[in-house]
Design a protein around this ligand. Structure first.
Ligand SMILES: [Mg+2]
Length: 271
């Protein structure tokens, strides 16, 4: 194998925003030749931002996983939904208390925004803010507390509306599924969302990358492609995750690129 040659489809772009689940990997398995694809992007001088709606890991956790699976990455290249939640909540003038449906790393982000986390206290149903995401321990008790807090007037924040995320054994329920349960019980929609496709998520990522044309790559039309388009970027859909080629063709506007995988998008066919 010689030098990793980049597809000319990447020529117009200085920056590439890469989704993780369903794009770089499925669970603990990199998608085919994704490691080579990311290495080729670096070799060609593209600046990268790893953009994820996975609320269950910190930026440091993502960096560790990337290296473990063979990718190079640094913390300043991670744009996570947990970071977006923290940034959004930090705008609150008077902090307040929060009940969090989510993994410890999301709880840490909420606390870092200056809110008092009242999970596992008698004040949970009186929280000022309820933050909702998927996590492995989601249960009825959390749904009940969130419902009662929101019906008492708490602000409702969702990480994303991703219905599922792809895993090796099939789709797993995403934050959108948990949020739908909370919204159904509270009989109202979330006040704001933190992750893709929200424009604020992309604004923050693009500010960190600096000037230059950017391409957004991911496996979900409603998050990755819609988000990139909303931020004025070109989008590429990869078919290693949630959305299909037929869904891409029906999208309005459709993504500029549709590829079987990240490697098929990025690497020149003869490389
Ligand atoms: Mg994805």
């Amino acid at each position: 194998m010689g030098r990793l040659a980049l597809s000319s489809a990447l020529d117009p772009y200085a920056h590439v925003l890469l989704d993780l689940d369903g794009c770089l990997w499925l669970g603990d398995r990199p998608t085919a030749r994704a490691v080579q694809a990311v290495a080729a992007l670096r070799e060609a001088g593209k600046k990268l931002m790893f953009c994820t709606n996975d609320p269950q890991r910190s930026a440091e956790d993502f960096v560790r996983k990337l290296w473990r699976l063979g990718f190079q990455a640094s913390v300043d290249e991670i744009a996570s939904v947990g970071g977006a939640v923290q940034h959004g909540l930090a705008q609150r003038r008077d902090g307040g208390s929060a009940f969090v449906i989510g993994a410890q790393s999301l709880v840490d982000h909420v606390a870092a925004a200056g809110l008092r986390v009242v999970n596992n206290t008698e004040f949970a149903t009186r929280a000022d803010v309820v933050v909702v995401s998927n996590h492995d321990g989601f249960d009825f008790r959390e749904l009940r507390i969130a419902t009662q807090a929101i019906l008492r007037g708490a602000e409702l924040v969702g990480t994303s509306r991703d219905a599922t995320y792809p895993m090796p054994d099939g789709p797993w329920p995403g934050s959108g599924a948990v949020l739908a349960a909370v919204e159904a019980a509270a009989e109202r929609p979330a006040d704001w969302m933190a992750g893709k496709p929200e424009p604020a998520f992309y604004t923050a990522a693009l500010e960190r990358l600096g000037p230059g044309r950017a391409l957004g790559v991911g496996d979900r039309l409603d998050s990755d492609v819609a988000g990139a388009h909303g931020a004025g970027m070109d989008a590429a859909l990869v078919l290693t995750g949630s959305s299909t080629r037929a869904q891409a063709a029906a999208a309005d506007p459709p993504p500029r690129h549709v590829a079987e995988s990240l490697a098929d998008l990025v690497l020149r066919a003869d490389a």
